[in-house]
Design a binder for this molecule. Structure first.
Ligand code: ADP
Length: 510
């Protein structure tokens, strides 16, 4: 993890690009859409409020016309209890009372006001034996509004008695009026409001309350409009949308979701890139230490042998031969390693040239096996011909294929118990020419079977074995086979053994 800042530094351009091309535009997009939606919804709300006030105004005008109209279709025709106003008294057909009520007033014959409206709604019953105080409590304090048309200088009044649920209306410019039950008023207002809001996306509900008698906070999301001249009439407007999931809200939700998705994807993408880079740098570090180790081992044994030979102490012919044999083997090992590294570098840069020729699989296989003749593992190797007895020819770069086989045989010997057989099989299977190397070794864990063909990759179980390796052999083989239009395949069972096959494109005619 200490390499993390390093990786960040190396990926700076990518991170900056990502921030500029993905994160910043999505943030900007999000902010812009938020702003657009907000201003849209503010405008919409503003327009809606304006419209609601308009409707409340229309209702009020209408209501006034209806209430104060002396015509037949007006409220008058529906009211029964008419009165006139005589100086400071309201005079009903059977009784009168003073405005304001006189403190010292004695009994008022209210009993006679037990009248019924034309639509059979009983007007309130009032006890005839009420004293002035009670009358005052019942009536006067309940009067909520007086209307006065200042322009025309006409006085009129509409007074609502909460307790009686009745409205006392005075004709404009006259001293006459009538009493109207509130249910009629409500009914009329409801019908009008329904008409007025039919094409709107909100409803209107008509309420009669005392000023301040409506807890507006209790109507969250609703708009309450008080009619100008009737402080006790209110219209509560509520949205027709159920659940409140408007189009705008949906757009906002979608764009936020999209933005979050883009960000998550970006972060995942970046995390993957960085962890990939970390794994690659770990592989490289392992590779460097493996290569140095591979060089050091033969070099140090060469040095020891040469020193002993120099000292002149080794004179016996047999011993000398053994020393020379080991020296040759170690030098060869170094040569192979250097060759492998150079080949790998060349193939990585795409500089490796192949010279294709017609080759016999049996010959190639024998040549590769022959390379191990002098090694102390020679007797483990076994060659098997597979399929038709006729020789199989393919178009291939002889040296490159021998090199591939050499890698496979070395691996088979390395990753299997000493003494166990390693078989080289070649021939044709279902028409496909192949050469394969089989061992009875450690096998490869399933999840690593693809990775072993990546450069520098070494499987977990191989690393635990304390067997030297650089992790470039199979990568090299894979590239060479791809250059031949063929492929490499592996079949392996953990702890049982593996078989690596070089598969060629098609056989050549004999
Ligand atoms: P190395 O130099 O490590 O052998 P290779 O590229 O040749 O590199 O092989 C990559 C890895 O594949 C090895 O480290 C080992 O884990 C695995 N591998 C290759 N051949 C065999 C085999 N015959 N048996 C088991 N594991 C093998």
């Amino acid at each position: 993890m200490r390499e993390f800042p390093d990786i960040l530094r190396r990926n700076r351009t990518f991170i900056i690009l990502f921030a500029v091309m993905v994160i910043m535009p999505s943030l900007l997009l999000g902010l812009l859409s938020l702003r657009a939606i907000r201003s849209e919804s503010v405008q919409r709300q503003f327009k809606q409020k304006q419209r609601q006030r308009q409707i409340a105004g229309l209702l009020e005008t209408d209501l006034k016309g209806w209430l104060f109209s002396p015509k037949l279709n007006g409220a008058v025709s529906q009211s029964l209890l008419r009165f006139t106003i005589d100086d400071s008294h309201i005079v009903f057909p059977d009784f009168r009372f003073a405005i304001p009520p006189e403190r010292n007033a004695t009994q008022v014959p209210f009993a006679s006001s037990k009248r019924t409206l034309r639509n059979k709604e009983p007007l309130n019953e009032v006890d005839a034996s009420l004293d002035a105080r009670t009358i005052e409590n019942l009536y006067y304090p309940r009067i909520q509004a007086f209307l006065r048309d200042r322009d025309l200088g006409i006085n009129s009044s509409a007074q609502y008695f909460l307790r009686l649920k009745a409205m006392v209306v005075q004709f404009p410019g006259t001293h006459n009026g009538y009493v109207l039950g509130s249910s009629q008023l409500m009914e009329y207002a409801k019908r009008r409001l329904d008409d007025l809001t039919a094409s709107e996306d909100f409803y209107g509900v008509f309420l009669i309350t005392s000023p301040g008698g409506l807890a507006e906070s209790a109507l969250s999301g609703a708009e309450v409009v008080t009619l100008n001249d009737f402080a006790f009439f209110r219209v509560v407007f509520t949205s027709k949308e159920s659940g409140g999931f408007s189009f705008q809200k949906n757009i906002l939700l979608y764009s936020i979701t999209l933005m979050t998705l883009v960000m998550i994807l970006g972060v995942v993408f970046m995390y993957r890139a960085i962890s990939h880079e970390m794994a690659a740098s770990q592989l490289k570090a392992d590779f460097v230490s493996a290569v140095s180790h591979e060089f050091r081992t033969p070099l140090s044994s060469i040095l020891v042998l040469v020193e002993r030979l120099d000292s002149g102490r080794v004179s016996e012919g047999d011993m000398l031969r053994r020393y020379h044999h080991t020296l040759r083997q170690e030098t060869r090992r170094l040569g192979v390693l250097i060759e492998k590294l150079l080949d790998f570098a060349q193939i990585q840069e795409g500089k490796r040239k192949f010279s294709f020729e017609r080759v016999n699989l049996a010959e190639i296989s024998a040549e590769a096996v022959g390379l191990f003749r002098e090694s102390d593992q020679a007797e483990r190797l076994e060659e098997i011909h597979f399929g038709p007895a006729t020789p199989t020819y393919v178009l291939a770069d002889r040296t490159a294929i021998v090199q591939c086989m050499q890698n496979l045989i070395e691996n088979a010997l390395k990753y299997s118990p000493s003494g166990s057989p390693v078989r080289v099989r070649f021939g044709r299977r279902n028409g496909t020419p192949f050469i394969e190397v089989l061992d009875q070794g450690i096998g490869i864990p399933r999840r690593e079977q693809k990775k072993i063909f990546e450069k520098f990759y070494r499987a977990q179980n191989a690393r635990g074995l304390n067997v030297q390796g650089t992790g470039i052999g199979l990568a090299l083989v894979k590239r060479i086979m791809e250059a031949h239009g063929g492929s490499i395949a592996v079949q392996t069972t953990l702890g049982m053994g593996s078989s690596f096959s070089l598969l060629f494109k098609k056989p050549l005619e004999e």
